[in-house]
Write a protein of this length. Structure first.
Length: 268
């Protein structure tokens, strides 16, 4: 099974689980559950929960016991996207080729749908009984994480004036959830500190690569500061650093390594 097949297989498992966890559109109040489902399906590549599953396997984990954690992370990610699209934030009318939640429904309902997905994710994390994982994810999502990155992004009107500001935005708004998504896989498995730290380092570098490639595709962000050639070199360097973090896992990390290579090659 190549890495694309692996991701597709895991995505199907994740999508099925997300569908089962979400209240049906018949559950009262139906409109909020319609908005939540609208924002979740069809989703993107589900790369964050896929990374959680792959990280779990790298630590020797088997089965789908970690699936609730992976799905919780995707719910939290979806909440950030709904809120990012709101007129008071990035003011985007479309998400993944279809109307944003607030354009399909209304701003108030979009706000509440995001809140509902966030709280659902936190509930699922708390039900694992592993408080360390809850702490890790909430730190990544809070004012010292995603929210902090969004604040600076808003203050600088989308992108930062220099590398220091841009690094802060990317590491907080994008990178920390990548880092946490992989790190908690090791925590869930009960891996040692060295392996958990290695997963965190891998996720941290990978989050930056994800944004650098986004900027290359959109001709934005780092490309505006450094140009395409330098940005691509940065992405390649950080991919190598990410993969270097995986040496401690040997062949068990081949899926994570493959995902890193795929990130570097993506065009959309």
């Amino acid at each position: 099974m190549d890495i694309r097949e692996y991701i597709d297989k895991k995505k199907k498992i994740i999508d099925k689980a997300l569908d089962q966890y979400l209240p049906s559109v018949k559950t009262k109040p139906a409109v909020i559950h319609k908005a939540m489902r609208y924002s979740m399906f069809p989703g993107g590549k589900r790369i964050r929960p896929v990374l959680t599953l792959a990280g779990f396997e790298a630590c020797g984990g088997k089965g789908n016991g970690i699936l609730p954690v992976a799905c919780a992370i995707e719910f939290i990610h979806a909440y950030t996207l709904i809120h990012d699209d709101l007129p008071c934030m990035d003011n985007d009318d479309y998400r993944r080729g279809k109307l944003s939640c607030h354009k399909k429904f209304n701003e108030g309902l979009a706000l509440l749908a995001g809140d509902a997905l966030l709280t659902m994710g936190l509930q699922m994390l708390s039900e694992t009984g592993k408080t360390g994982i809850v702490t890790e994810i909430t730190k990544a999502a809070g004012s010292s994480g995603i929210i902090g990155g969004q604040v600076v992004d808003m203050e600088t009107q989308g992108g930062g004036k220099d590398k220091k500001e841009l690094d802060y935005i990317v590491s907080h708004k994008t990178g920390l959830l990548f880092e946490a998504a992989v790190k908690v896989a090791g925590m869930f498995k009960g891996a040692g500190e060295k392996k958990i730290n290695a997963l965190a380092g891998f996720g941290r570098h990978l989050g930056f690569v994800f944004q650098l490639i986004d900027d290359l595709i959109d001709k934005d962000g780092y490309v505006k500061l450094y140009g395409e050639e330098h940005t691509r070199k940065m992405a390649a360097l950080l991919t190598d650093r990410a993969k270097g973090q995986l040496n401690i896992f040997g062949k068990k990390a081949k899926r994570l390594s493959g995902i890193a290579d795929l990130f570097l090659k993506r065009h959309s």
